[in-house]
Design a protein around this ligand. Structure first.
Ligand code: C2E
Ligand code: CA
Ligand code: CA
Length: 626
């Protein structure tokens, strides 16, 4: 009879365990698990309190992570491991049943006994082979045979363990996922949102603004001369500056606007719900102003400024890509106008950029399609009237976009990486023409313009020049490379090295447009330069302008001291030529002598000159038709 009662009870307990197992599969938190376990444990062994605790990292305390059955909630409480009496369970992974708690020696045991809880099952929760925590099931009395009770409670604790293991694994992967999501939305250096997140937010702002018929402002901010900070003071100072700038923008705008780091030293700001352009101007102005105070990093005090491009939804663009692109275009306008300011996007700006894109596409196949040719402008010795050199000037006649002047396409070629190919093309063709003209004047030199870009970075200009000279059979002394002062600005050491290499090889070097650049005079004159070309802006109107005369006189003095020869550029009338001659300027170039002309026209001029020399006629200033 007793046995059949035990069987029946056992069957009921199995049903209870099945029932709780089902509930636990749906549980998603430890307190929820404990609620179900407590109900089941009450039915199984009359339990009145169920708790779950885990060992702290210090190894000396346990933390209560769930407790059912006590009036006040003590979840989160720390208890000394020694006082809990659970040390051996954490150490060995063996469970324990204590009855008749009068024998309990621990403070916890005594406290349970005083609450009338005489039976406690403390069972380890094993996850991945290690003791993850301990579940304690306490009951005032049990009707069951203690062995049966132990085994049902043990089964219950195993179910609890596997559920807690599942919940923890899920919590961990969710935390990881959250971390990944935040990381993928955040710029690690500044903590601002990153470009991908910015685009997501802009997209949803656009959708909202379309519904509510609102305006959005976009500010595209680029730090001025940041590369200089990075290059001269190092990347860690650069990083500090970026972090400080990010902080300044956020402090200026407050938390309601999205500020993102677009990359490098570019930031982008989303201003939804705009009411007017004035509001936008005020905000853009306040960001420019916020950059003003000097930045202190270590022992450096740096002046930081920013150029900002502003564009608006819907006036200036209606898609994420267009809005960002147009704000970027406006930012470049702010740079062009002198930096440290903001500029609004305009349709004209957009058209100018579209034109540049069109030109750079057409330029990409212009060499292949034979769209370039060279014109040549003679340079004369003012005293003898003889042509001593010829400057090669590049022309582009595009089938797609028509005739484009070099002032327009050279900067595009520089920015699109085509300049090296173009310089090589000019060198090759100019040297070929010179080889031909040497029949008439074996001392003639050819001058080739070399872009400042060719003197910076990893240009292989020297090798290309040497190859072109070798192929043409021209002596290096007959080639003159014209470079502007800006060639020395961006990578002065590399440029100086290249200039020395070229000079050592015998190539002549001239500073073009002298007086218009920013290079320091003392630095310039340390270079192995052969001549300077006085910019046309000084020669134009020179005969009546005392200021210009003073500047040009100063240039002549320096040139004489440094034993450099001088070429007056853009000479258009005899007054200018005479003034230059009187001041001792030896060479001249300009429309008065000849406009840029074709190779065959140059050949004709040289032939004439040779004939005159043979006839011992006095040399005269040559003037070509066109
Ligand atoms: P630049 O090197 O200063 O060339 C002289 C420019 O002044 C030429 O313009 C020439 O036509 C013009 N010019 C010459 N004499 C006079 C004059 O008496 N009065 C006036 N008003 N103008 C005169 P161009 O050919 O349009 O070239 C403009 C610039 O484009 C050149 O200025 C040079 O910087 C660049 N360039 C031309 N060809 C090349 C090239 O092959 N490579 C590179 N990198 N730049 C080139
Ligand atoms: Ca030139
Ligand atoms: Ca020039």
């Amino acid at each position: 009879m007793v046995t059949s009662m035990r069987r029946q009870l056992y069957a009921e307990h199995l049903e209870q365990l099945n029932c709780v197992a089902e509930q636990l599969t749906l549980s998603n938190s430890i307190p929820d698990v404990l609620d179900h376990v407590a109900v089941c444990a009450e039915r199984l062994v009359g339990a009145k309190r169920v708790s779950y605790c885990e060992l702290e990292d210090d190894g000396e305390h346990i933390r209560l992570l769930g407790l059912v059955g006590k009036v006040e909630d003590q979840t989160g409480q720390l208890i000394s491991l020694a006082e809990s009496g659970l040390g051996p369970i954490f150490a060995t992974g063996n469970g324990r049943y204590v009855s008749s708690l009068e024998y309990a020696t621990t403070a916890k045991g005594r406290s349970l006994r005083s609450s009338g809880l005489n039976h406690v099952w403390s069972l380890p929760i094993i996850c991945g082979g290690a003791v993850e925590g301990v579940v304690n099931i306490a009951s005032p009395s049990i009707e069951l045979h203690s062995d049966d009770s132990y085994s049902v409670v043990e089964t219950l604790s195993r179910l609890t363990g596997s559920t807690i293991e599942r919940i923890k694994a899920r919590d961990q992967s969710e935390a990881l996922l959250r971390q990944l999501v935040t990381q993928s939305a955040t710029d690690p250096l500044t903590g601002l949102c990153n470009r991908a997140e910015f685009r997501r937010r802009l997209q949803s702002s656009i959708e909202q603004a379309e519904m509510l018929q609102q305006s959005i402002g976009i500010l595209f901010l680029d730090l001025d001369l940041f590369k200089l900070i990075n290059d001269t003071l190092g990347h860690s100072v650069g990083d500090t500056v970026l972090q400080l700038v990010a902080g300044r923008i956020v402090n200026t705008l407050g938390p309601s606007y999205t500020v993102a780091r677009e990359g490098g030293d570019e930031f982008i700001i989303l201003l939804p719900g705009l009411t007017s352009d004035t509001e936008l101007r005020n905000i853009a102005g306040s960001v420019v102003t916020a950059m003003k105070p000097s930045v202190l990093t270590g022992s450096f005090e740096l002046d930081v400024s920013a150029s900002i491009g502003v564009c608006r939804f819907p006036q200036d663009g209606t898609t994420v890509d267009d809005l960002i692109k147009n704000a970027d275009i406006a930012m470049y306008r702010a740079k062009d106008l002198g930096r440290n300011q903001y500029q609004f996007y305009t349709r004209e700006l957009g058209e100018a950029v579209a034109r540049k894109v069109q030109l750079s596409r057409a330029l990409a196949h212009a060499i292949r399609d034979n769209e370039f040719n060279l014109l040549f402008q003679p340079q004369i010795d003012i005293v003898t009237g003889q042509i001593v050199a010829v400057e090669a000037l590049l022309r582009w006649r595009s089938a797609e976009v028509g005739n484009i002047p070099p002032d327009v396409f050279i900067p595009i070629a520089e920015n699109s990486g085509l300049i090296a190919d173009l310089t090589s093309w000019v060198l090759k063709n100019a040297l070929e023409s010179l080889a031909h003209w040497h029949k008439y004047n074996p001392d003639l030199r050819i001058a080739v313009n070399v872009s400042a870009r060719e003197f910076s970075g990893n240009s292989n200009l020297f090798e290309r020049v040497v190859t072109a000279l070798e192929r043409s059979g021209i002596e290096p002394q007959a080639l003159e490379l014209e470079m502007t002062e800006t060639a020395l600005l961006s990578h002065p050491e590399k440029a100086a090295l290249l200039i020395k290499q070229l000079s050592d090889a015998g190539v002549q070097l001239a500073i073009d447009d002298f007086g218009t650049g920013y290079a320091s005079m003392s630095y310039l004159i340390q270079m192995p330069i052969d001549s300077i070309k006085i910019d046309r802006s000084f020669v134009n109107g020179l005969e009546n302008d005392r200021c210009k005369q003073a500047v040009v006189n100063g240039i002549f003095n320096i040139a004489t001291d440094m034993q450099l020869s001088c070429v007056g550029e853009g000479v258009e009338n005899l007054n200018q030529l005479n003034w230059l001659r009187e001041k001792g300027c030896r060479f001249a170039q300009g429309y008065l002598i000849s406009k840029p002309c074709s190779a065959s026209e140059v050949a004709d001029m040289l032939k004439q000159q040779a004939t005159r020399a043979e006839a011992e006629e006095p040399a005269i200033v040559v003037k070509a038709a066109g």
